[in-house]
Write a protein that binds this ligand. Structure first.
Ligand code: ATP
Length: 233
């Protein structure tokens, strides 16, 4: 169980998030919703250790979370365009490999097999040797998901992973992400701005309003009116 308790983050005098507490189960995808400025990115950055929180705790099965347990899905633009899809995914596992292997571009066969399996999981069979710079937005975003999975995280985070995609492509990327989260028993937390898409993939909803958690419920118990409330002034 992934447990966040009383998390707080301030920027100077401004409180970005406060009193944020929730728990998430392995193998489920939680969707984080909220208006612009509600604190979604701040929360995800605190969970990924990109920001130092000002209070509260983040634990996994009662133990403080190790930064290597958490992976953030790279935005498509953060991938290395000149490298192949497979090389970008392999980069996700660099922490497990000696530096010299990366320098000479040689990866252990087991790592390569695992990386190819990650590409398969996001429907990118046959794309291993394609240059990422030549892929479409949806394909690149799926490489980003495969790369994050190759870190073998316990917690997978994504900040608006489909913001720049058309609705059908966005749905496909999210469906693949949800499927691997469920199959691999990872804890998934993604922020989304499109309530319809959120409804299609979420196992649980978290909603932030002005830095406070105002919604935390299984998706089956949340109707569109309840989500609209999170966005209300
Ligand atoms: N580095 C920063 N320095 C100062 N204030 C910040 C910083 N980052 C975020 N904030 C403030 O914290 C609050 C929460 O911002 P955050 O980016 O987390 O919101 P968000 O819900 O992700 O918004 P959006 O949907 O627009 O991305 C906002 O008031 C924002 O202006």
């Amino acid at each position: 169980m992934f447990t966040v308790t009383d998390l707080e983050k301030r920027y100077g005098d401004e409180t970005a998030i406060t009193d944020v507490s929730f728990s998430l189960e392995p193998g489920s995808l939680a969707v984080l919703v909220g208006r612009s400025g509600a604190g979604k990115t701040t929360l995800l950055r605190c969970l990924n250790d990109l920001e130092q929180s000002d209070g509260g705790s983040i634990r996994f099965d009662g133990e403080p979370l190790d930064a290597t347990d958490v992976a953030l899905v790279f935005q498509a633009g953060a991938l290395l365009d000149g490298k192949s899809a497979l090389e970008n995914v392999l980069d996700g596992g660099l922490a497990r490999e000696p530096l010299w292997r990366e320098l000479v571009g040689w990866h252990a066969p087991a790592e390569k097999r695992a990386a190819i399996e990650r590409l398969h999981a996001v429907d990118l069979d046959g794309y291993a040797t394609r240059r990422v710079g030549d892929l479409s937005g949806g394909e690149r975003q799926r490489v980003g998901v495969a790369r994050a999975l190759h870190q073998e995280p316990r917690v997978l985070l994504a900040d608006e992973p489909v913001a720049s995609l058309d609705p059908a492509t966005a749905r496909h990327v999210l469906d693949r992400l949800a499927a691997v989260v469920r199959r691999e028993g990872v804890i998934g937390l993604v922020s989304l701005h499109q309530p319809r898409l959120a409804d299609a993939v979420a196992d649980r909803f978290l909603g932030l309003a002005e830095g406070r958690l105002t919604l935390d419920a299984p998706a089956d118990d949340v109707d569109p009116d309840r989500i609209a409330e999170v966005y209300r002034d």
